[in-house]
Design a protein around this ligand. Structure first.
Ligand code: NDP
Ligand code: MG
Length: 382
């Protein structure tokens, strides 16, 4: 019997690669529901190809347009947050791939867990802001949260058969992004086009900017803490520009177990969907002779101080990781819009962390209120 999946964000970088995995495994995977934001040209093609029963788009207008376009098909079309939640909790789905970008994924992810779905999690912002609610809820509902982020998938793979052994350290690798080795002065006037040029990975715009500021790695430190239950001081960021070692775990005896591979997100997607089984991935295999050299260096936390702010945010706890994340989301949007400079991104995050009110152990409602308070603070200043 095939596994039935729902995809939140099917038109994005992770969403389209997930559909590629479905195409490679037509007898084992079936898409029953999916959502997009606004790219309904691509979405229509996807609907015709994968035949889901339920779909959702960003707005009511887009839903009307889409309904007209696919009037010949028997598909329910919804929109907005309610639509996203319906896709996440869709009856016949076994697994939900969370591939939306940003903390818009919080409520749908919680709805999916409440409906007993396993989660293939790409949407890290959701764990960063609501990990304290999501992890216990998943445990209570007996559902798995399977990492799609390449580093976390590598850590997860390195922990196979090691569950009873204590982790001494997680080595979280980072490419360093397009600006590795630059000084603050050299970053002063970088343009959006420069920041969008990632050396190894082709990804959505938001995460590509996050990689350039290294705030992506900060979000991933928090994601790792929630997924693997380790302390912050056990997570070490290791800059590894070739992106071949996707991360590793050091055990008490000093053994370091890691996962290597070409930089291809379809591998962690495939692994999450078929865990604990491995399947053939129709892709270029790793050629170590071609790679030749693997190098490792310490991150420059002073130039890329967004990364050190992430440790501060997690240390502060409560709603501060939400402030960190929401401020970054808004700042990145402004940078992409050419409204602020590159170095203003960490500056805005830092100012928001100082100025937005602290709430201990926030409920989901308070997480969402914190998001709004953070946006309001930023609008008042920038
Ligand atoms: P993209 O920007 O490529 O895709 C985002 C998806 O979310 C699109 O389908 C988009 O729809 C949809 N979306 C955006 N806004 C809304 C909205 N308001 N309502 C409903 N849907 C919306 O992002 P990525 O695929 O790069 O990233 C997705 C997540 O995965 C992020 O959390 C990212 O950090 C994480 N991730 C991504 C990796 C990658 O390689 N790309 C690697 C590891 C993690 P549309 O385009 O139709 O508007
Ligand atoms: Mg990653």
């Amino acid at each position: 019997m095939s596994q039935k999946i729902a995809i939140l964000g099917s038109t994005g970088s992770i969403g389209t690669q997930t559909l590629d995995i479905v195409s490679q495994n037509p007898n084992d995977l079936q898409v029953v529901a999916m959502s997009c934001g606004s790219n309904i040209d691509l979405f229509e093609k996807q609907i015709r190809k994968y035949n889901p029963a339920l779909v959702s788009v960003g707005t009511e207008e887009l839903a009307k347009d889409l309904k007209t376009r696919i009037a010949d098909l028997d598909v329910t079309v919804l929109y907005g947050m309610d639509g996203l939640i319906s896709v996440a909790a869709f009856d016949s789905a076994d697994t939900v791939v969370t591939a939306v970008v940003g903390m818009i994924g919080v409520q749908p992810t919680i709805a999916a867990i409440n409906a007993g779905k396993n989660i293939a999690l790409a949407n890290k912002e959701t764990l960063v802001t609501a990990g304290h609610i999501i992890m216990p809820l998943a445990k209570e509902k007996g559902v798995s949260i399977l990492p799609v982020d390449s580093e976390h998938s590598a850590i997860f793979q390195s922990l196979n058969g090691e569950r009873h052994n204590e982790i001494s350290k997680i080595l979280l690798t980072a490419s360093g992004g397009p600006f590795r080795g630059r000084t603050l002065e050299e970053l002063e006037n970088v343009r959006v086009e420069d920041a969008l040029k990632h050396p190894n990975w082709s990804m959505g715009a938001k995460i590509t900017i996050d990689s350039a500021t290294m705030i992506n790695k900060g979000l991933e430190v928090m994601e790792a803490k929630w997924l693997f239950g380790v302390n912050l001081n056990q997570i070490e960021v290791v800059v590894h520009p070739q992106s071949i070692l996707h991360s590793a775990v050091e055990f008490m005896d000093g053994a370091v177990i890691g996962q290597m591979g070409t930089p291809d997100m379809r591998l962690p997607i495939l692994y999450a969907l078929f865990y604990p089984n491995r399947k053939t991935l129709y892709a270029e295999p790793l050629d170590l002779f071609k790679v030749g050299t693997l190098t490792f260096e310490k991150p420059d936390m002073e130039t890329f101080y967004g990364l050190s702010l992430a440790y501060d945010a997690m240390d502060a706890g409560g709603n501060i990781p939400t402030v960190f994340n929401a401020a970054n989301e808004r700042a990145v949007a402004k940078f992409l819009d050419n409204k602020i400079k590159f170095l203003e991104i960490p500056e805005i995050v830092s100012e928001a962390m100082i100025n937005v009110n602290f709430i201990n152990n926030p409920t989901i409602k308070q997480v969402l209120e914190t998001e709004q308070m953070t946006y309001d603070f930023i609008e008042s200043r920038w």
